[in-house]
Design a protein around this ligand. Structure first.
Ligand code: BGC
Length: 494
């Protein structure tokens, strides 16, 4: 069978019991325009609450990244990215040419057991990777105080830029003895033990890195987003609009990047249209009650929501699906990832033959055509809901800041790889913000979500550079040890 141009997925032959279920799932997973508006209005209030003294469930963490780059940053920096899946070490040289850089990098697969192991194992593994990287790229060189931007993509309270108390693990991490503690001393101790000549200059969230890296090449960039294993955003606030920092008497006009940690939006379950499946995802996760928004959107959970629906339907006496088949593989939690849903949505064939193969090869299930139709529709519903809910967060920041136009830099596997995510998000922005006809197509929209520059590499390096720069200019806000930082700047720019 050749490629076809019409959309696959006709429901003509779907029996009534499956059609009924499809209709029920459509009801459950569709988020209409008025609901999107209600969610984003509530979101605006929650963003403000997070900045206030009493605080709310969205942490709105000040990051002490206090400027956009102007393109004239220079120097060689290390960047370490501890994301959800890989560990990446980069060396970035910001060159004399405006906005240009060179990069070398190595990736290390994070062993799965590290995510639920001990804190010592985690820091030892990371320090070993850094040591290996330096030994490989700087054999026999005398090195001193290489400045490092450490992208630690978890919610952290920062009293200083080189400090971060982990509020809670997200994205399935569950390592004892780290939550509630500053992660920097243990990390530095592991480096010192190995004699690795690194000076941690800035602890960075991936969203802040994304914002800064994207702004390096595009001055319209106002928000950095990650739609990946987890989901979150950062934007630049003015210090005068952060009541919880008022006691520090910072210049009200000075900028401060805020890591929203919006994954925690609606932990109180006031507006998000959660389905019974979302409730199970939350209950079975290592941190129930946390990251309510993230658990409906992020890549880590999309496959799991899909899987839970199918298992539920299989157990439902009113519905015949995968009758007489061994569904033991499907019964395994987190056996399906977002890539599985992407592949279903990308199946170009009318008879969904690629989806059929996928079910056979991954799950040992031989699905019938109507069953495949249901699966296809379910993937579309889950993927569309994720994109539409994501747009509520972007719209909320823009509303809060009164931005009617903005560029948003986005990164992460869901944004980059999930089919139609961008267009579905743009359509939702149009519905929330009442854009005129012709807008909301994802191109030349008033608020446009664009692929970001490398936030956890170049972004982290830039934030380290901006920190050293402002310290040299005498801005010590959020700097724990100004003298040590001045010394690091002198070593770098000698
Ligand atoms: C984390 C954020 C991070 C996001 C994207 C969330 O789970 O809490 O800090 O920015 O994932 O990686």
């Amino acid at each position: 069978m050749g490629k076809i141009t019409s959309l696959p997925g006709s429901m003509a032959d779907v029996p009534k019991d499956l059609l009924d279920q499809i209709n029920r799932l459509e009801e459950l997973f569709t988020v209409p325009a008025d609901k999107l508006k209600q969610i984003s209005d509530h979101f605006v209030k929650e963003l403000e609450k997070g900045l206030s003294v009493e605080g709310g469930s969205i942490p709105m963490n000040p990051t002490w990244c206090m400027a956009f780059p102007d393109g004239n940053e220079t120097g060689t920096f290390l960047a370490l990215d501890m994301g959800g899946t890989n560990l990446r070490v980069c060396e970035i040289t910001l060159t004399e040419e405006k906005g240009e850089f060179d990069i070398i990098q190595s990736k290390y697969r994070m062993p799965e057991e590290l995510k639920t192991g001990t804190a010592e194992e985690l820091w030892a593994y990371i320090a070993d990777c850094l040591q290996q990287f330096i030994e490989y790229h700087h054999q026999e060189e005398e090195l001193d105080q290489l400045p490092l931007g450490f992208t630690f993509s978890y919610p952290a309270t920062q009293d200083y830029i080189d400090h971060g108390v982990l509020q809670r693990w997200t994205k399935g991490f569950d390592i004892d003895g780290v939550e509630g503690k500053d992660v920097v001393p243990d990390f530095e101790a592991a480096l010192a033990e190995r004699g690795v000549p690194i000076k941690l200059t800035a602890l960075v969230n991936d969203t802040t890195g994304t914002l800064i890296a994207s702004a390096y090449t595009d001055t319209e960039m106002k928000i950095g987003c990650i739609f990946g294993t987890g989901c979150n955003a950062a934007y630049m606030e003015d210090c005068g609009s952060i009541p919880k920092l008022a006691h520090m008497k910072l210049d009200p006009a000075m900028p401060m990047a805020i890591n929203c940690e919006w994954g925690a939006f609606d932990n109180e379950h006031q507006v998000l249209p959660r389905t019974p499946y979302d409730i199970v995802v939350d209950k079975e996760s290592p941190r129930p009650g946390q990251q309510a928004f993230e658990k409906m959107i992020a890549g880590l959970y999309l496959g799991e929501i899909f899987r839970l629906v199918l298992v539920d339907l299989h157990q439902n006496p009113d519905c015949n699906i995968f009758e007489g088949q061994d569904i033991s593989k499907l019964k395994k939690p987190y056996s399906l990832d977002a890539g599985f849903l992407s592949a279903i949505e990308e199946d170009p064939f009318e008879n969904l033959v690629e989806t059929e193969d996928l079910f056979r090869n991954t799950l040992s299930i031989q699905a019938t055509k109507p069953e495949l139709e249901l699966c296809r529709r379910l993937a579309e519903l889950i993927g569309t809901r994720a994109a539409r809910l994501s747009a509520c967060g972007v719209a909320a920041i823009c509303k809060k800041k009164n931005w009617s136009t903005a560029h948003v830099g986005a990164d992460g596997s869901v944004f980059n790889k999930y089919p139609h995510f961008k267009v579905r998000g743009a359509q939702a922005l149009k519905e929330i913000l009442d854009w005129p006809a012709g807008k909301g197509k994802g191109k030349n929209d008033p608020i446009e979500i664009l692929p970001a520059e490398d936030g956890s590499g170049v972004g982290a390096a830039l934030i380290a550079a901006l920190t050293l720069k402002r310290v040299q200019q005498g801005n010590y806000a959020g700097i724990r040890d100004p003298e040590a930082m001045i010394k690091a700047a002198k070593v770098l720019y000698k």
